[in-house]
Design a protein around this ligand. Structure first.
Ligand code: ADP
Ligand code: MG
Length: 622
């Protein structure tokens, strides 16, 4: 006998073992979701079979209609979930039910360990099959891959790996195709044997699974307990908000309410039905590089692919279904990439999603705000990537500003100061820290509003040349700013803006001391109370972006320009000093670095220098 036909015991992959430990030992209130997960797997298996049968019709030659069957058995204390879908062979049982191939598993587990709302996270991650260990202390899975003769049984009690063995004869006869999952329910999970409980859960989570779900009570005939219709094919007028919420939860495996629902049918050169949702909460893996799209492609109600790139990356939070009437059913996943019909659908659907967000922003700003708060940092990637829709996306964007409110650019532009021709922004890592950034001083003295951008993506999209309503966007930490024509709101500040007498001499001294450390030293238009700040040259990248790229070794940080406030006593003092001029010059640079969240090159020397100067001051005045 080869190892292929004997029973074997195997350990779980480390991540699975950890996950199972959490499943078994923590008490999640929403154990109900195990059934949704098993039904969703069964439905996927039926989808896969239907897809494979397009090329290999013999797989479904038996004519058995696709379905899911749920069988409670009180005497045995078991609940079975059975499907006649694609099934799994031995290796697939080992791979699929012994490992997790998903990206982000590690970070998910870390968060699951800490979180109180475990069920919500489980829903987002879709731990799927393993959720069954919340209600069962032993699970056996018997499966026959469609079109094959071998039947294998996988069994596990969770803790100690799993066994894989050829199925016993009587089970093997029963499983003609597909998968039978038997849960040996824990004592406190026996309620799942009650038909009304099963119906309640299916009604709540799985009603619009496209395939019939049957319940086989202990007495009596099996009966269908879901409506088994493709909800997106039904007319809008027939559907209630609850139907949509339900569909969203079952399609997206989510628990929240959808913040936006888009349901329509396109007719014309191409016909297709669209049902899309924007979630109201942020999934934990939004920024995983390998996160896939979540819009499923169907062709005439047959599931084809859940990764057909139906929407651009910056809309990757949208969930739902596009069901085409025109694409060929036997389209291969590879062909999808270059299919011109699909490219048209993609374009049209993307525009509709953006259009719907525009609507929402106008008619239900609070709902739009929720989408923006959860996904704005992703949508903004589009400003950079989607040149064609750049203006629309900029118009949709909302920003924290020095006004303390979340504002759109349209609102910003409406309240420009007299003679203000530019939209000002600062990029940094927190709104609080940006608010005390000296580069804001002169703008603040004129009541000029400044956008405070704190998402990592902000450093990127702002590096494109942008304008809104004819007003260019301009960084306050880059190049020259000239507020000369914009009146001060407070005359006291005017005093601080008259240049000092020996400007040229002071700058020459500082330049001489700092030498190669800066690319230039100049008098600042930005500062009113602080002594100095660092800015980037006019061309090239914002300093924040440069620093981010340098951290990832994707570019060098160029030398900044040191701007000094000519009216600041510390700066003025340089003119009269011989000994201290060097220390003062270095301090101007070092404070500016600290204000930008950097460390001075030599922190110890910095501390000594500061102490020295303070002491000198004390001795003189004391
Ligand atoms: P996911 O559904 O997100 O892939 P699951 O943990 O729910 O994760 O399932 C893991 C894998 O096990 C599935 O991807 C599938 O390949 C396989 N699987 C689970 N249940 C079935 C089933 N009833 N029929 C066929 N394959 C299944
Ligand atoms: Mg699953």
């Amino acid at each position: 006998m080869t190892t292929d036909t004997v029973a074997e015991h195997k350990p779980f992959q480390a991540e699975v073992a950890e996950l199972l430990h959490l499943m078994v030992h923590s008490v999640y209130s929403e154990t109900d979701i195990f059934l949704r997960e098993l039904i969703s797997n069964a439905s996927d298996a039926l989808d896969k079979l239907r897809y494979e049968a397009i090329a290999a019709p013999e797989l479904t030659a038996d004519g058995e209609p696709p379905k899911v069957r749920i069988v409670p058995d009180k005497k045995a204390g078991t609940l079975s979930v059975i499907d006649n879908g694609i099934g799994m062979d031995r290796q697939e049982l080992i791979d699929n039910l012994g490992t997790i191939a998903r990206s982000g598993t590690k970070s998910f587990l870390a968060r699951l360990t800490e979180a109180k709302d475990g069920a919500g996270l489980i829903g987002q991650f879709g731990v799927g099959f393993y959720a069954a260990f919340m209600v069962a202390d032993r699970i056996t899975v018997t499966s026959r891959r469609a079109g094959t003769s071998e039947v294998w049984t996988w069994s596990s009690s969770g803790g100690n790996g799993f066994d894989i063995a050829p199925a016993a004869d009587e089970v093997s006869k029963r499983v003609a195709r597909g998968t039978e999952i038997v849960l040996h329910l824990k004592d406190d999970a026996k309620k799942y044997l009650e038909p009304y409980e099963i119906e309640r859960i299916v009604g709540a989570y799985s009603d619009n699974i496209q395939f019939p779900i049957e319940l086989k009570p202990e007495e009596g005939e099996p009966r269908q307990i879901n409506s088994a219709s493709a909800l997106w094919q039904r007319p809008k007028s027939e559907l209630k908000p609850e139907d949509y919420t339900q569909a969203y939860r079952s399609i997206a495996g989510a628990f929240d309410e959808p913040a936006m629902t888009l349901h329509y049918r396109a007719e014309g050169r191409q016909s297709y039905a669209v049902l899309l949702f924007a979630p109201s909460t942020k999934p934990f893996d939004l920024f995983e590089a390998t996160r896939k799209g979540h819009v499923k492609l169907y062709v005439r109600r047959v599931f084809i692919d859940d990764d057909a790139d139906l929407l651009p990356g910056y809309l990757r939070f949208i969930r739902g279904v596009v069901d085409s009437e025109d694409l060929p059913l036997n389209i291969s996943r590879e062909m999808l990439q270059n299919n011109p019909q699909l490219a048209q659908i993609r374009k049209a659907v993307t525009s509709r999603v953006i259009g719907e967000m525009e609507n929402l922003a106008e008619k239900e700003p609070e709902t739009f705000s929720r989408i923006w708060d959860a996904f704005g940092s992703v949508i903004k990637e589009g400003i950079w990537e989607d040149f064609e829709r750049r203006e629309k996306l900029l118009a949709l964007s909302r920003f924290a500003t020095t006004s303390g409110e979340e504002r759109s650019l349209a609102q910003y532009v409406e309240t420009l100061k007299p003679n203000q021709t530019e939209i000002y922004y600062l990029v940094g890592d927190s709104v609080e820290r940006l608010k005390s950034n000296p580069k804001l001083e002169s703008a603040t003295a004129r009541g000029i509003e400044v956008l405070l951008l704190t998402d990592p993506v902000d450093a990127f999209w702002t590096s494109a040349p942008l304008d809104f309503g004819g007003k260019p966007l301009k960084s306050l930490s880059q190049g020259d700013v000239d507020f000369g024509l914009i009146p001060l709101i407070d005359d006291k500040a005017a005093d601080t803006e008259k240049p000092a007498a020996d400007e040229a001499a002071i700058i020459a001294v500082i330049k001489d001391v700092l030498g190669e450390r800066v690319s230039d030293v100049r008098a600042s238009q930005r500062l009113t109370t602080s002594a100095s700040c660092l800015v980037a040259g006019g061309a090239g990248r914002d300093r924040v972006l440069e620093k981010m790229l340098a951290q990832q070794s994707r570019g060098a940080v160029t030398k900044p320009i040191l701007e000094i406030n000519m009216r600041h006593p510390l700066v003025a003092a340089i003119a009269g000093q011989k000994d201290a001029a060097r220390d003062l010059s270095l301090l101007l640079l070092e404070q500016a670095q600290i204000l930008d969240g950097e460390l001075p090159e030599d922190p110890a020397a910095f501390a000594n220098r500061l102490n020295d100067l303070v002491l000198r001051g004390l001795v003189k005045t004391g």
